[in-house]
Design a protein around this ligand. Structure first.
Ligand code: OGA
Ligand code: MN
Length: 293
């Protein structure tokens, strides 16, 4: 295995590893460390069954099963389809608008997401350039670059995250087919709180754990002050100097660290430009205790 750094703020390419085969303990440790350090890892030219994708993913922690969602591989509910394609019956083959604004996965959940693992089977291109890039920002860098007074101000603070914030924002976009959350869906995902600053379980360094997709409120501050600080943090953390983009190629497996990065799926392709991706969401069960959370 050869890990080649992008030379940018995030990102490395892992070559010489066939993900259809089990990782050795040494390979696992090397990858886990690299994921903490580089935030986003890509493995080009993989040929995987859905079961092999699931088996690779579950080495990193418990997999999430998205109960509310229909776009699951038959018999493998941990593998979900992200796609803008429709079947012969006109029904969508996958979730078509996943992640289309800045967020980090499952910050709205008591047990947050650790790494999301995507396998690109169809990637739109135009004039030879890939479309539907996935963009990232580094929360190690964003934390380090905060003014000292802001670091002090965030110390010991917690933030409320709410699933409904991203849902309602996506719903308000033109052409959205999302309906309002049902009372049952709403009840299944009540708001949760997490520390505003976390010590990253792999790097041991502090990261900013806030994101415009789900973060609602800094609990210990008055409402107006919370709104002001969150607005500052959202602008701060999305600065171009913290950004990295993955340009997809067919066969890429892409995994990112949800504790140390935010991401955004760029919807710059048309319905007649198919994108088809399989995904496994890995929760942070290796690092956090769900009972304690
Ligand atoms: C996700 C997501 C990004 C993409 O699956 O959580 O944000 O590029 N996907 O599909
Ligand atoms: Mn996402």
């Amino acid at each position: 295995m050869n890990i080649i750094q992008s030379g940018e703020i995030l990102g490395a390419r892992v070559e010489g590893l066939d993900l259809s085969q089990p990782l050795s303990p040494a390979e696992f440790v090397e990858i886990e460390q690299a994921l903490g350090r580089f935030g986003v890892l890509s493995y080009p030219k993989q040929v995987l069954t859905s079961l092999q994708l699931k088996q690779f993913a579950e080495r990193f922690g418990q997999l999430e099963i998205n109960v509310a969602n229909a776009y699951q591989e038959p018999g493998l509910p941990e593998v979900m389809i992200l796609s803008n394609k429709v079947g012969p019956d006109g029904k969508p083959l996958g979730l078509s608008d996943a992640g289309q604004d800045w967020h980090t996965d499952m910050s709205y959940s008591k047990m947050v997401a650790f790494t999301n693992i995507l396998y690109g089977l169809e990637i739109p291109h135009r004039h030879g350039e890939p479309l539907g890039n996935t963009e990232f920002v580094s929360m190690h860098a964003a934390y380090d670059d905060l003014p000292e007074a802001m670091k002090q101000r965030l110390e010991g603070k917690t933030i409320t995250h709410d699933f409904a914030k991203f849902w309602d924002m996506m719903r308000a976009k033109p052409g959205s087919t999302r309906g309002p959350l049902t009372p049952a869906q709403r009840a299944a995902k009540p708001p949760v709180s997490h520390p505003a600053v976390m010590v990253h379980p792999i790097t041991g360094k502090k990261v900013l754990y806030a994101n415009p997709g789900y973060s609602m409120r800094i609990n210990e501050l008055p409402e107006d002050e919370s709104a002001e600080v969150l607005a500052f943090l959202f602008t701060h953390q999305l600065q171009a100097k913290f950004q990295y983009k993955h340009r997809w190629q067919v066969g890429d497996v892409l995994m990112w660290d949800n504790l140390g990065t935010l991401h955004n799926a760029v919807p710059d392709y048309r319905p007649d430009e198919p994108r088809y991706i399989k995904r496994c969401q890995v929760m942070a069960t290796r690092y956090f205790d769900v009972a304690a959370a």
